[in-house]
Design a protein around this ligand. Structure first.
Ligand code: CP
Length: 308
């Protein structure tokens, strides 16, 4: 298909064909590895500059986008709101327009406000990629999760993917749900009723369950989400010890899972809360594969949007 989309703002608006185009482009980048297993540097974005505009903390996404841009031969600039003129009251749009005036070719933005990337896209001339907007969407995380599942199972259609935990505050859950359903997966949202209200299931077209034992038995993929303490998620259950006992993944619970079930987590992990350390580091875990695949997925996104 001919890619025409300049911005990547969310997976809700992408078609099945567009998602597959990104995943297939990422697969071709991943195949193109050098002798040490790293994705090879390509000339696709030579002479262009990608700006990381991060108004919220990040380890995986910010570094993965920076490396993806470098692997496509782009120059990179990193902006973090701490220490910038945002602390003097400069707005998001003024900040972006001033950086754009330096001559840049794309913005990758993370912001605590849902819709901030959409607002930015209406004001700048260059592509905008959403790297996480509040509790709304994290499209490249959704894409790298789908890429990783497809790599393991060679398909997405017909799989049961359960997303566990703090769905209420999760942009990862929303992007995964939109994307996975378009590619034919069954998606179950599981967690305490306070963190998985029925309206979220209805809005995303997903099943909702509060029974972790049922969900473990049903699932090909168990994607554990971080309890977002910074968004006051701990106010929604009595204690982290009780959460871990009732909704956390542990080895005892995983004795009843499907033989080939895999465990995912977008990171950062609260070890011992969402899942035990032995599961996070165990043979079913694909958590570091997710991070590795993020590079190829973000190369694909930058390449497609910046060439559109
Ligand atoms: N998964 C994820 O978005 O991690 P960071 O917050 O470290 O970017």
């Amino acid at each position: 298909m001919a890619w025409t989309r300049k911005h990547l703002l969310g997976l809700e608006e992408l078609s099945r064909e567009e998602i597959l185009e990104i995943l297939d482009r990422a697969a071709s980048f991943k195949q193109n590895q050098n002798s040490t297993g790293n994705v090879k540097k390509l000339p696709n974005l030579a002479g262009k500059t990608v700006v990381n505009l991060f108004f919220e903390s990040s380890t995986r996404t910010s570094n993965s986008f920076a490396l993806a841009a470098k692997r496509l031969s782009a120059d990179t600039m990193s902006f973090s709101s701490s220490g910038s003129s945002v602390s003097k009251g400069e707005t998001l749009i003024d900040t972006a327009l001033n950086i754009q005036a330096m001559g840049v070719d794309a913005f990758v933005i993370r912001h605590s406000a849902p819709g901030a990337p959409h607002l930015l896209a209406r004001h700048v001339k260059v592509p905008v990629v959403n790297a996480g907007d509040g509790c709304h969407e994290h499209p490249t995380q959704g894409l790298l999760d789908m890429f990783t599942i497809r790599e393991v199972f060679k398909k997405l259609d017909g799989l049961t993917v359960s997303i566990l935990g703090d769905i209420r505050h999760s942009r990862v859950a929303r992007s995964n749900a939109w994307g996975l359903r378009k590619l034919g997966a069954r998606v179950i949202l599981c967690g305490p009723p306070t963190l998985v209200p029925p309206a979220i299931g209805q809005a995303l077209g997903c099943e909702v369950s509060h029974d972790i034992e049922y969900v473990v038995r049903e699932s090909d993929v168990l994607n554990c989400l971080r309890i977002q303490f910074e968004r006051k998620a701990a106010d929604f259950f009595p204690s982290t010890r009780e959460y871990a006992a009732i909704y956390g993944l542990n080895s005892e619970r995983m004795k009843r899972c499907k033989p080939n079930a895999i465990i995912m987590h977008p990171g950062p992990i609260n070890r011992g809360i969402e899942l035990t350390p032995e599961l996070a580091d165990g043979e079913r875990s694909v958590i570091l594969d997710q991070v590795a695949n993020g590079l190829a997925v973000r190369m694909a996104v930058l390449d497609l949007c910046m060439s559109a």
